[in-house]
Design a protein around this ligand. Structure first.
Ligand SMILES: C[S@@+](CC[C@H](N)C(=O)[O-])C[C@H]1O[C@@H](n2cnc3c(N)ncnc32)[C@H](O)[C@@H]1O
Length: 266
């Protein structure tokens, strides 16, 4: 079984039978060029300066917290719902860590010069409310950056397109709570009166065996859905065989678009 075999695993990491696997999956993703590249852009969009104070909502392993502080000299606070992730961050040297739910951030109004959430709002129960909390804790003139994939933009090429589409729909409906929230963020920020609202699409393209097996969890998708009763076992076996065949023949392609949205609080 792979890293993502519990539905909504990243919504409740501490309830996962093996949360350390989720910690390790975040470290693996971070080393992929696609993730390193958009994370660097996310850092730039925060426009942090020395002495300013920033908040990473759903900070995970805290890599981005350490990197923003190291690159800009800003003070960076991390929060995450998961005790496992918070312990990992402290172990890795992040000094200001709070176990906190994004729906109720334990910070005063306008306490930060900026806040970001990277691949978090898709997993929370009420992403609109969590976004509202981020706006509350950032001062006027401060920066907001949100990044999530839009699961309705997924494309997967194996020989059986109908089966591929079925698995992708299951990923949208059972693995991630709010797979299309990312496309709504620019409009929500505009409606709240934020300034400089900008969206950058970033498409993750996977064609190689290493990334299929080691990073994205694609290899486990069909078996997971069969275990949960959403897919016949024979369909899962067929999916896996077609996946192998597609990778070996060079036909395999998976892509999904991430939306990186930034804005300034008025
Ligand atoms: C996919 S991970 C992304 C972590 C990190 N932002 C990164 O870019 O690597 C999602 C994170 O959101 C956290 N999370 C999920 N629901 C949350 C909530 N309601 N409040 C705060 N954090 C939450 C999870 O514990 C997990 O660490």
């Amino acid at each position: 079984m792979g890293d993502f075999y519990v539905p909504h695993a990243f919504s409740h990491i501490d309830a996962h039978p093996d949360p350390v696997r989720l910690v390790n999956s975040l470290y693996r993703l971070r080393s992929e060029p696609f993730f390193a590249s958009y994370k660097q852009r996310l850092r730039e969009l925060l426009q942090a300066r020395p002495g300013q104070r920033f908040l990473d909502v759903g900070a995970g392993t805290g890599d981005a917290v350490r990197e923003l502080a190291a690159h800009t000299g800003a003070e960076v606070v991390a929060c995450d719902l998961s005790q496992t992730m918070c312990a990992e961050m402290k172990h890795a040297g992040v000094r200001q860590v709070a176990v906190a739910d994004s729906h109720r951030l334990p910070f005063k109004d306008a306490a930060f010069d900026g806040a970001w959430a990277d691949r978090v709002l898709q997993h929370v129960a009420d992403p609109g409310r969590a976004l509202g909390e981020m706006l509350r804790v950032v001062r006027p003139g401060g920066r907001i950056v949100v990044c999530d994939p839009d699961t309705a933009t997924q494309a997967l090429n194996i020989e059986d397109h109908r089966l591929a589409a079925k698995v992708l729909v299951l990923r949208q409906t059972t693995s991630i709570r709010h797979g299309t929230f990312a496309r709504r963020v620019p409009g929500l920020l505009t409606a709240r009166g934020l300034l400089d609202v900008e969206v950058e699409p970033r498409t993750l393209l996977v064609r190689d065996k290493h990334t299929v097996d080691g990073t994205m969890g694609i290899r486990d998708w069909a078996d997971t859905f069969a275990d949960l009763g959403h897919l016949d076992r024979s369909e899962a076996q067929r999916f896996n065989a077609l996946l192998d065949e597609a990778i070996e023949s060079g036909r395999f392609l998976y892509s999904v678009t991430y939306f990186l949205t930034s804005a300034t609080v008025r």
